[in-house]
Design a protein around this ligand. Structure first.
Ligand code: AMP
Length: 176
């Protein structure tokens, strides 16, 4: 286990005002990725609460979630499964719509990505309104797999994303 703390991760996260549009404070996690110790520490912290061998798959959300989820999968001795934006996966998919502030979006997962009963850790970089993660949860459930834990590097608490993930153990490393 590394000695990296949530405070170390928080100090490396860069706030970018008005990206991708006015009024949004974008949490840029690329400085965490660029630092070898912070990257390893972030992956360790995302895996907290999950014993190696206790999950079969780590599901990561397009696109920054992939980076952490694949690393977590290797650490935990699990496979990696991508949840992608609609139209990106080549084989047959299940799709799930979710609401955005204006309009809606769709995420997809390969129909054979998880075995029924598979134990899953779900990972993304950031929990905002929770719509994306809740859609990913719905896809995992559609395949008959079970969420063991949901881990985020960052949670924007004031957006109440956890409400949409009620009933699942949710952990986040840095909370704003
Ligand atoms: P939501 O569905 O509202 O919880 O949004 C979560 C997704 O949008 C995550 O995959 C994040 O990568 C991205 N996201 C939302 N808000 C931000 C933000 N302020 N900074 C960085 N990424 C964000």
């Amino acid at each position: 286990m590394s000695s990296v703390t949530p405070a170390d991760i928080e100090s490396a996260i860069r706030n970018v005002a008005d990206f991708p549009k006015a009024g949004i404070q974008f949490k840029d996690i690329t400085p965490v990725l660029a630092d070898a110790q912070l990257l390893a520490g972030a992956v360790d912290l995302l895996c907290d609460g999950v014993q190696p061998g206790s999950v079969d798959s780590v599901v990561g959300i397009d696109a920054r979630g992939f980076i952490f989820a694949a690393a977590a999968a290797m650490k935990l001795g699990a496979g990696f499964v991508p949840v992608r934006k609609k139209g990106k996966l080549p084989y047959k998919t299940h799709e799930q719509d979710y609401a955005l502030e204006y309009g809606s979006a769709t995420v997809a997962m390969h129909v054979d990505a998880l075995k029924p009963g598979a134990r899953v850790l779900l990972v993304d970089d950031l929990l905002a309104t929770g719509g994306t993660a809740a859609a990913a949860v719905a896809l995992v459930k559609k395949l008959g797999a079970n969420i063991r834990q949901i881990s985020f590097l960052v949670e924007l608490k004031f957006l109440n994303g956890r409400e949409k993930l009620r009933g699942f153990p949710v952990r986040s490393i840095v909370v704003y």
